[in-house]
Design a protein around this ligand. Structure first.
Ligand code: S3P
Length: 465
């Protein structure tokens, strides 16, 4: 279990600093001593975990959540919902109990809400806070304070809420919420599930119909879970694949149990490691297979990767399955921009696979990578270059010249970015020369237990700090 998990009953005010606020945790990663082998289940889906806690806090009754991700990001959401008056308790084995307060009935927080490293927590919560009639202040760590918030505050201002932020729309953000919110109708200018979700969450406490139009579909966990909790939500898909989502305001959400699948974005790391380390064969159990999240699996198959789905089933309203992965040679790939939202968090580790493949890869339409936990276009390029791979950026596309093998030997700056750190580890496991990762502490935000899990597959990490 994650030692950072708060004991219950928990304090109403989040701690000022999370476990990664201390000294950096460097790691020297040498090539895996042999094939990766075994069966593992990666931690719960981050997107679904945040939403489960938020929706349960807005529901009436007691929700039980199984398989919640107990990573730092989600624990920030748990702290925030507690500070807003919901009773949120971590029980044993990833099981959580949330006693909701009902829509519009959250209470003013006594202190600043610190969302740590989590863009999802900050943006979705902004939607909830916009339509509660009190004032709150939200901040985050150095990475989150650099990320754009106007993408949510602009559409949310149409509810009647008011926002004051630092220059450039950056956190800290002061939210003067309204208890008499107007419903919003908005066409998303960026493909962002966080923006869509913030507007829908605000719409829960607005009179009338909230409408969000997304020209490019993004992950639909908010829509699925709102329906699961009893909201009246309708989705229409047009001929070009765009979607219109309509939500009736002020429903009664009723507590419902939630079962969180293993996170496909976390599965990506052992998956790519197993494709690249010769002779490997691993089984990833219970991986979420929502089609809005599986772009990486499609892409790796196009590269010639062996990925076999077994025992596909539905758990807690989401499709899941076991994924068998076998090492083998990969070839370059051309990934269309339209696929980006379904694998937006997977580009750093995909770029590692592309560098190890034979031939050129072109990854298109990556403008959103510039505003992730780090500027992931720049940080992924640096990750590859420092380790001997040829890569360049052409507009919003990344072009990787695959050499059929990885050299390694570089020091990677992870820039407060968990996925960059894990991608660097994967690179090191498959490279000729050891890779030095400057700080692995941020891995705790989304994948607690990453190093021991990789070790259980035979990675033999952590031999030297
Ligand atoms: C998320 C949406 C994505 C993704 C993030 C989680 C979500 O962000 O990168 O890790 O849970 O809605 P954007 O909405 O900014 O694309």
């Amino acid at each position: 279990m994650d030692p950072s998990r708060p004991a219950s009953p928990q304090p109403a005010v989040p701690p000022a600093a999370g476990p990664h606020a201390g000294a950096p945790r460097p790691l020297l990663v040498s090539a895996a001593p042999g094939p990766l082998q075994g069966e593992v289940r990666v931690p719960g889906d981050k997107s679904i975990s945040h939403r489960a806690l938020m929706f349960a806090a807005l529901a009436e009754g007691v929700t039980r959540v199984e398989g919640l991700l107990e990573g730092e990001d989600v624990l920030r959401t748990a702290d925030a919902m507690r500070a807003l008056g919901a009773r949120v308790e971590g029980l044993e084995n990833g099981s959580w109990r949330v006693e909701g307060r009902g829509i519009g009935r959250l209470q003013e927080p006594a202190d600043v809400l610190d969302m740590g490293n989590s863009g999802t927590a900050a943006r979705l919560l902004a939607g909830i806070l916009a339509t509660h009639g009190f004032t709150s202040v939200m901040t985050g760590d150095g990475s989150l304070r650099g990320r754009p918030m106007r993408r949510v505050t602009e559409p949310l201002a149409a509810t009647g809420a008011r926002f004051a932020s630092r220059a450039g729309g950056r956190l800290p953000l002061c939210i003067e919420g309204t208890g008499e919110a107007r419903p919003v109708s908005y066409r998303l200018p960026v493909a962002s599930a966080q923006v869509k979700s913030a507007i829908l969450l605000a719409g829960l406490n607005a009179r009338g119909e909230t409408r969000v139009e997304e020209p490019v579909p993004t992950r639909d966990h908010t829509e699925n879970m709102l329906r699961h909790f009893g909201a009246a939500l309708f989705v229409e898909t047009d001929a070009a694949g765009g979607r219109v989502i309509r939500l009736q305001g002020r429903p009664t959400l009723s507590a419902r149990d939630v079962s969180v699948p293993a996170d496909p974005s976390s599965a990506a790391f052992p998956l790519v490691a197993a494709l690249l380390v010769p002779g490997s064969e691993i089984l990833l159990r219970g991986v979420g297979l929502n089609p809005s999240r599986t772009g990486l699996f499609t892409t790796l198959r196009e590269m010639g990767g062996f990925l076999e789905l077994r025992d596909e089933r539905v758990e807690g309203g989401e499709p899941v399955g076991d994924l068998l992965v076998r090492a083998g040679a990969l070839r370059g790939v051309d990934v269309p921009a339209a696929r980006a939202p379904s694998m937006i968090d997977e580009y750093p580790v995909l770029a590692v696979a592309c560098a190890a493949a034979a031939g050129t890869s072109r990854l298109r339409g990556l403008e959103e990578l510039r505003v992730k936990e780090s500027d992931r276009l720049a940080s992924t390029v640096a990750l590859l270059e420092r380790n001997g791979a040829q890569v360049r950026v052409d507009g919003n596309d990344m072009i990787v010249e695959g050499a059929g093998a990885l050299r390694g030997g570089g020091t990677v700056e992870t820039r407060m970015d968990h996925r960059l750190a894990m991608s660097a580890v994967v690179l090191g496991l498959a490279a000729r020369e050891p890779v030095r990762v400057d700080d692995t502490a941020f891995i705790e935000t989304s994948f607690p237990g990453f190093v021991p899990l990789m070790d259980s597959l035979g990675a033999d990490l952590g031999r030297e700090g």
